[in-house]
Design a protein around this ligand. Sequence first.
Ligand code: C2E
Ligand code: MG
Ligand code: MG
Length: 267
Amino acid sequence: MNDAAQERLTLEHNLRQALMNDEFCLHFQPILDVKTGRVHSVEALIRWQHPEQGMIPPGKFIPIAEETGLIQPIGEWVFWAACRQLSDFYVAGIRDVKMGINISAMQMRNDNLPVLAKGAIDALGLDAKDLIFEITESVAMNQPDDTVRILDCLHDMGIALAIDDFGTGYSSLSYLKMFPIDHLKLDRAFVSEIGEGPDSATICDATISLGHSLGLRLVAEGVETEEQFEYLRGKGCDLVQGFLFSRPVPAEQVMAFIQQRHQQECE
Ligand code: C2E
Ligand code: MG
Ligand code: MG
């Protein structure tokens, strides 16, 4: 118990230091349009470049950041960094690629989120339509009334909303109709089952149909094989993301990926 508590305290202290010392960075993973092959958006994913321990993935520190409230300043840092990157896309002539940003439960409960969003959009001259906020099902379900109010506000500003890791939480399907959602992101646990037996992909199939009948665009996460991609394409999945196309990479690399991909199309 003591060791665990001590480790947690150390991590919390280190996270505070990391914020002050600018040890965080963003990597970006492309999300492709199945029909056109173009890059529809990129997802911003935080990394912690620890001076001694090297690159620490978000799974190791986001949960602690959420418990301690540090997710609030970290989330703000992510938001501004992602928006600055979107503005760099504009400068580089990339005008049609959107930026996906993960928003945690605590940020969603804070009325400050629309203010933060408006501030960055205005300051950087962004088009709100180029932003996609990703929230998980549990976030959406936590305090549905407050969530609906904040989501409506963001939606009215033009920001698109995606439900992340869809299918993994305990949720009522009724909220899908209640929230102004644009995308459903099918969790990679379901995508990885494709090709593993006759009934393996039933949840994928059902989710794609459900999403489409609600007028949503379906994004498949964690696409790693051609077989999974072909299957999803055959089922009418709209967007795909996964190591088959690109891992999350630093900004320069994702920009090169976008430019190369879009150039190929012109040839
Ligand atoms: P997520 O939002 O569902 O992000 C997708 C995760 O799946 C990323 O892990 C990505 O690297 C991984 N992934 C993508 N394609 C594949 C694939 O083909 N195979 C496999 N095995 N994995 C794939 P990552 O970067 O480690 O992030 C993990 C989670 O941490 C994210 O899941 C998100 O919930 C959270 N996270 C990351 N960045 C942020 C952030 O800035 N803010 C908040 N609140 N959470 C974040
Ligand atoms: Mg996400
Ligand atoms: Mg996800």
